[in-house]
Design a protein around this ligand. Structure first.
Ligand SMILES: C[S@@+](CC[C@H](N)C(=O)[O-])C[C@H]1O[C@@H](n2cnc3c(N)ncnc32)[C@H](O)[C@@H]1O
Length: 272
């Protein structure tokens, strides 16, 4: 295997990634690959490894090849039907967990994708009443697999646009990592995003189209004093704050990610 991993490392320009793909193909821990590199291997496994290296060399994201991705300390199934959960989004989860919410709070995640946000919140706060929506049935199917794997049957998954599938009001917290990339943004032609669903990425000519509608709908669905937290693009914090003010939210602030970029903006519906 040593020889194949060396060749793959050369092709991918990344020895660690080559070893991780080998671990995946052989269904062994990474340490096994380094410790047993000289062992003869079943040709079928070598073939499987070669196929994975080919896909990765074509740019297919590692998470799609693996079919999984870690988020907030848990393993999530992913497929090309969903956005690959990003580390930046963990700030949205952290902020949600810091809020002074009731023990039996009602939480909504809009555009849930793999379910990474709402299922992390439900796992951390088992008494919260958690609901999520997505316009993509294929994405909801992945979220349902993750709900099952994480044994969180209490989380409701609803199909439809933004908050439209919901009859009820009175949410204590609404969170969302909506599509926010401007259509035609050159970043869409680079790296992993080339393989991610467009419906998970783009929203109108400036990327803010869905965020404005989400704010308007959330204003009706939140309880007085309830919170709305939205993840957005690296250069959208000022525009999102302005939109929140225009929609009548209070206590508006933006939080930075580990790179120091304002990534999540939140505000509250007035208490009366
Ligand atoms: C940026 S992805 C976020 C996925 C996941 N919440 C995460 O953070 O990894 C946006 C998600 O919003 C969904 N979406 C796009 N337009 C929508 C709409 N009008 N209503 C509900 N969901 C929508 C997409 O299908 C996608 O799953």
């Amino acid at each position: 295997m040593d020889e194949q991993v060396r060749a793959a490392a050369l092709r991918l320009g990344d020895r660690n990634e080559a070893a991780r793909l080998a671990a995946l193909a052989l269904e062994q821990p990474l340490a096994w690959i380094f410790a047993h590199g000289d062992e003869p291997l079943d040709p079928r496994l070598i073939h499987r490894f070669a196929e994975m290296v080919d896909r990765r060399a074509q740019g297919v994201p590692f998470a799609y090849i693996a079919g999984r991705c870690e988020f907030f300390g848990r393993d999530f199934s992913v497929s090309p039907a969903v956005l690959i959960p990003r580390p930046e989004t963990e700030h949205l989860v952290e902020w949600s967990l810091e809020l002074p919410l009731p023990d039996d709070a009602r939480i909504l995640d809009v555009g849930t994708g793999s379910g990474c946000i709402i299922l992390s919140l439900a796992a951390e706060r088992p008494n919260w009443h958690c609901t999520a929506t997505d316009i993509s049935k294929a994405a909801l199917a992945v979220a349902a697999i993750n709900r099952e794997r994480l044994q969180l049957p209490q989380v409701r998954l609803l199909h439809g646009s933004l908050l439209e599938p919901l009859d009820e009001t009175g949410f204590d917290l609404i969170v969302s990592n909506p599509p926010y990339v401007a259509a035609g943004d050159p970043h869409l032609e680079q790296g992993d995003v080339r393989f991610e669903p467009e419906i998970a990425l783009t929203a109108g000519p400036n990327g803010l189209e869905l965020i404005g509608t989400l704010m308007a709908q959330a204003r009706y669905k939140l309880a007085p004093g309830g919170w709305l937290l939205i993840e957005h693009g690296y250069d959208q914090a000022a525009a999102v704050c302005r939109l929140m003010r225009d929609h009548g939210y209070e206590s508006i602030e933006s939080r930075r990610d580990l790179a120091g970029i304002e990534r999540v903006t939140g505000g509250t519906k007035p208490a009366c």
